[in-house]
Design a binder for this molecule. Structure first.
Ligand code: SAM
Ligand code: ZN
Length: 328
């Protein structure tokens, strides 16, 4: 991984000193910038380029909620691969083969893990929160997967990536567009970028009814209390998806397409209780969440001069995009 790392302050190269290893993992050590002498600890197997005590309060609040979430909901689900491919379509597992891949906001590492299994030469998953502890455990047995704790706005990475993706992260940043630019800045000329974000279109009801509750209450309460509280909406979701959306969509009933939010809820109907509870918790825990229009999303791709951009409307409530950076 050292060949991908640079000093986030001055872009200098980093010298490694090792205190403890376990197999091929460096468990404890230090990275020191050869230019500005900044130093970064490696603890519990993870290089630490961000310290939550020193980041801005809005980013800290987001990272605290998600850090708790991904240390609690550590389960794996056999449908993660299909779900991931829906978020990055038209990318396929073969696309990852031999590529150097960056995932921004890797959470519990479920997609870092998939990218590594699909044959990426190396995949680096970064996250600001304590979710990195779960991601490290989830990817420890994969020598081509690496986890680091860092802020997407200050990536300690050289511009060496063939493909960078971010799923469900950019809309939680204080400035999503700048976060996207930072991600793309690590991709080599001619490489690809994917992003999946919440859409503004079709989500007016969330902005109007759910956002005030999320902003004023659920993102502010203790996560253990939210874990219990979120079981109430999760139970409602579970009942309607299992009894109504799932059966009507599976039977090809003509009624299904008239149901409220059918594409998304039908997709959720395939998940069990724990995964649905995770999804509800995830929607309620974040202090910051932007709902972004297609028009706004298109400007992000223009910012990075992307070509061959393909923007898709996912589950009729969100945007996914892929594009290539100019070759030179
Ligand atoms: C909804 S989770 C998505 C996790 C993962 N991409 C997935 O789909 O399973 C959003 C993630 O973004 C991370 N995140 C939020 N702000 C960040 C920042 N400024 N830099 C890096 N990661 C950040 C959070 O810690 C969280 O793990
Ligand atoms: Zn430096």
């Amino acid at each position: 991984m050292l060949s991908y790392l640079i000093c986030p302050a001055c872009e200098g190269s980093l010298d490694l000193s090792i205190d403890r290893t376990d197999g091929y993992e460096i468990i404890e050590g230090e990275l020191r910038c050869s230019a500005c002498r900044s130093s970064f600890q490696i603890t519990a197997g993870i290089p630490r380029f961000a310290n939550l005590e020193h980041v801005e309060s809005d980013k800290r609040a987001t990272a605290t909620g998600f850090g708790w979430q991904w240390q609690h909901f550590t389960q794996e689900d056999e449908q993660y691969a299909e779900q991931f491919l829906g978020w990055i379509a038209p990318v396929t597992p073969e696309f990852f083969r031999d590529k150097v891949v960056l995932e921004a906001g890797c959470g519990k590492g479920r997609h870092t893990q998939l990218a590594a299994r699909w044959g990426a030469r190396d995949v680096v998953g970064i996250d600001l929160s304590a979710a990195v502890e779960t991601a490290f455990a989830a990817t420890r047995s994969l020598p081509n997967a690496h986890i680091i704790q860092a802020d997407i706005y200050h990536l300690p990475l050289a511009r060496k990536f063939d493909y960078a993706f971010s799923v469900g992260v950019l809309h939680h940043l204080p400035d999503p567009r700048a976060g996207f630019r930072s991600l793309a800045s690590k991709v080599k000329p001619g490489g690809h970028v994917s992003a999946w974000i919440y859409g503004a279109e079709n989500n007016e009801w969330i902005v109007r009814w759910v956002n005030p509750v999320r902003e004023k209450i659920t993102s502010r309460i203790d996560q253990r209390a939210l874990l219990q509280f979120s079981k109430i909406p999760a139970a409602g979701l579970y009942v309607v998806t299992k009894l109504v959306y799932g059966p009507l969509n599976r039977n090809g009933s003509s009624l299904a397409k008239h149901l409220f939010y059918n594409d998304y809820l039908s997709a959720l109907s395939r998940f069990g209780w724990r995964e649905q509870h995770t999804i509800v918790f995830d929607h309620l825990v974040a202090p910051t969440a932007f709902y972004i229009s297609r028009e706004e999303f298109e400007t992000w791709w223009r910012d990075i001069n992307a070509r061959d951009v393909v923007i898709g409307w996912h589950n009729k409530n969100s945007w996914r995009g892929i594009g290539a950076l100019p070759s030179r």
